[in-house]
Write a protein that binds this ligand. Sequence first.
Ligand code: XCC
Ligand code: SF4
Length: 628
Amino acid sequence: MDKKLMTIDLNSQILIEKAEKDGVETMYDRKNGFKSQCGFGLQGTCCRICGMGPCRISPKTPRGLCGADEHTIVGRNFARMVAGGTAAHSDHARDIAHTLALSSRDGNYKIRDEKKLIELAIDWGVETECRDIYDIAHEVAEIGLMEFGKPHGVSIFLKNAPKVRQEIWKTIGIEPRAIDREIATVMHSTHIGCSADIDSLINLSLRTSMADGWQGSMIGTRFSDIMFGTPMPTQTEANLGVLEENKVNIILHGHEPTLSEMIVLAADDPELLALAKEMGAEGINLSGMCCTGNEITMRHGVKIAGDFHQQELALVTGAVEAMIVDVQCIFPALAYVADCYHTKFITTSPKAKITGSTYMQFSEENAYKDAKKIVKEAVLNFKNRKPEKVLIPEFKSPATVGYSIDAILSQLDRVVNFNVDKTGTVKPLIDCLKSGVIRGVAAVVGCNNAKSVTNKNHVTIMKELIKNDILVVSTGCGAQAAAKFGLMDKGAKKLCGKGLATVCELVDIPPVLHMGSCVDISRIVDIVSECAKYLDVDMCDIPAVGIAPEWMSEKAVAIGTYVVASGIDTYLGIAPPVTGSKKAVEILTNGLKKEVGAAFTINENPDELAAIIIDDIEKKRDHFEKII
Ligand code: XCC
Ligand code: SF4
């Protein structure tokens, strides 16, 4: 396939061509090299859980050596994907919790949102009267850390869900206990000779995913807001056109805000700015990719360089002095691409060491010092840039980002109720839904996937939804697709149906709201939960859906599963590796409806998927209008 047709992003197309001229291999070349992918892997019917395998299921070999059939194998593989995703999100949260435990008045990490901390402390029964805010923070951090390994009880966050939802979780046995325990249980239960029952394996997957959504991710988001500030609307720009010819370009890529927050500070350090001048640069230009990019754009308006599929292409510009990464979604290929240019590919986490990178360990204890050292490395590299190899493509799009729940509700409240107090309630949002000016809310989230044309599913579906008066909220690389294609610009209201356009105009918001990184999907679950509680209904009664049009990571599988377990229907634009088991497909796309009131829908054609979603939201509305 013509590589340029594998993405709809014009900058990417230009850089794919440049990579070819420069003799640099990218994911798009490798995709063409894979003539076909393994059918067993695609369907989830290859088992290599024990040393007798791999066992592959086909009509001639319907059972593995131990007798496991396709349902057992698909179920076990699915559960392990959920466990992998839960582990990644939650380990991110664990680091944030450790950082909160380290926070101090004169240290690197401070408390920025005291109100949020106090609210959480009260919710968790921590004494707040007449106490130093840092003592409170440390006790809250300790409770958060206990969620990973407490020997008794279930997630501390479950009690915030509507009562009916809590009952469902209890009845079907998916209340997550300690986070690490759920992950360990999946690894145990899927070991050879344990669970071989598909219903049980999916139930196990649901409980583990709940440890991601209603535990790890909630800790990650809340603690990040407490330490780094709750995001509020701010202006930014998105796509590789944000790189600057005359400045030291540093791209931050990965996930955890602990590192990136410090780099943001260090990039403003007078000493380093002076050094940049000395090197002949006009300054230091920071931008972000993937979820790290989302974290720092939400809180500081740092420009978005691009998404998951643009990480190699960013280096192909020849204008990046350093790509600084921590964990998750980092192509090992960056080491090879960086080698073809002057770019320093700097890894920083003991959890993600990559051959061929420059390893500069970042520790929270020495955060600012470490961050300065890393930025200095980038600045010193400016002199090695080869002007003849530089090509910065021009496209970039303005975007308004920073829509935490707090931001959305206070903005709505100000307009609808003339309430200038910053804390809003969900009432105005519910009024918009009730009256039907907004038909529903769709969370369009997740990755890019080489199985589809990059960004095409995201953009097609989002445009179709807003045209039909469905408010879109977004996180992860989906949010970056929206930002790059102008859908997070307030001017995008011209693409909306009449109802949504009016709301955007009145409230002064874009039709696609950036809600953060993928850990921040906890914000979306929270707001649906709050709406349900306000109306005294269940979460599955709200006309809200989740959509992952181009998902690819195990984290996305965990997310989709907890979103469904929360009663929110979830739509996938890429088929997960479960199609080899009819029973697994039936449970995931239908059976779960009876248990949790929501299920998955899979369709790889974005136009068809959008039509199904719009139709389903209208059906949900019929029910919604009847019960409220
Ligand atoms: Fe990674 Fe989080 Fe997916 Fe993007 S969306 S490719 S997980 S960076 Ni989260
Ligand atoms: Fe084969 Fe069973 Fe071992 Fe899987 S667990 S590899 S199906 S023998």
